[in-house]
Design a protein. Structure first.
Length: 216
């Protein structure tokens, strides 16, 4: 039971396969193509609200492309190759200058960045924002709760069981709300259901999330 609880609270490694597209299919396809080296552009600018899935995509891109992933606050230098810089508004002034110079010196092969604002509104020096807008720009839209419930139902169907509405509602209200974590929790619940021979219901989910209930 302790291992099951750990499975519920541990987010899986971000991949393109476990990213739920929602309205973002075009952006995901472009980032995947860039990771495979199939795009000519040197920069991709990805923006959207917090928790929309931008960091997930950056880490998936980095893992696939062999790129260096950095949170903007940790940026130090360019040393060639491919880079993914997350939350670019957090760049220091010196880091902004370094990236601007890297554009002029062609010091990188491919740069993918994320921000919460479009290039015209981003809190960066204007000449850098203009450079970042010279490639592809995509807005990432977060999933609505109904889209998340639909994605969970579809995933449950692929695993051969029906997901009741009360179970998906409980998952959304009591666990991490990113889709990677929700899918991992559903998979763990399915394994526990098979091991115990009990159907996937809200009482089973509550026992899985609160092991102490199992001894009462």
């Amino acid at each position: 039971m302790r291992q099951l609880l750990l499975d519920f609270t541990r987010a899986p490694a971000p991949t393109f396969e476990n990213f739920v597209h929602g309205r973002n299919a075009e952006a995901v396809q472009a980032i995947q193509a860039a990771a495979r080296g199939e795009l000519a552009e040197r920069v991709i600018y990805v923006w959207g609200e917090k928790a929309a899935g931008k960091t997930h995509l950056m880490k998936a891109f980095s893992a696939t492309a062999g790129a260096r992933y950095l949170a903007a606050r940790d940026f130090d230098r360019f040393d060639g190759g491919r880079f993914a810089i997350d939350d670019i508004e957090a760049l220091s002034g010196d880091a902004q200058t370094a990236i601007f110079n890297a554009f002029n010196e062609r010091a990188f092969e491919l740069l993918v960045v994320t921000a919460q604002s479009a290039p015209r509104d981003v809190a960066l020096r204007r000449d850098l924002a203009t450079r970042l807008a010279t490639g592809l720009t995509y807005r990432i839209f977060g999933l609505s709760d109904e889209e998340k419930r639909a994605a969970l139902r579809a995933h449950a169907k692929t695993r051969g069981f029906r997901l009741d509405e009360d179970v998906s509602a409980y998952l959304l209200s009591h666990l991490r709300r990113d889709m990677g974590s929700l899918i991992a929790a559903l998979d763990s619940l399915d394994r526990y259901s098979l091991e115990t021979g009990r159907p996937i219901t809200l009482p089973l989910l509550k026992v899985a999330l609160q092991p102490e209930l199992g001894s009462q």
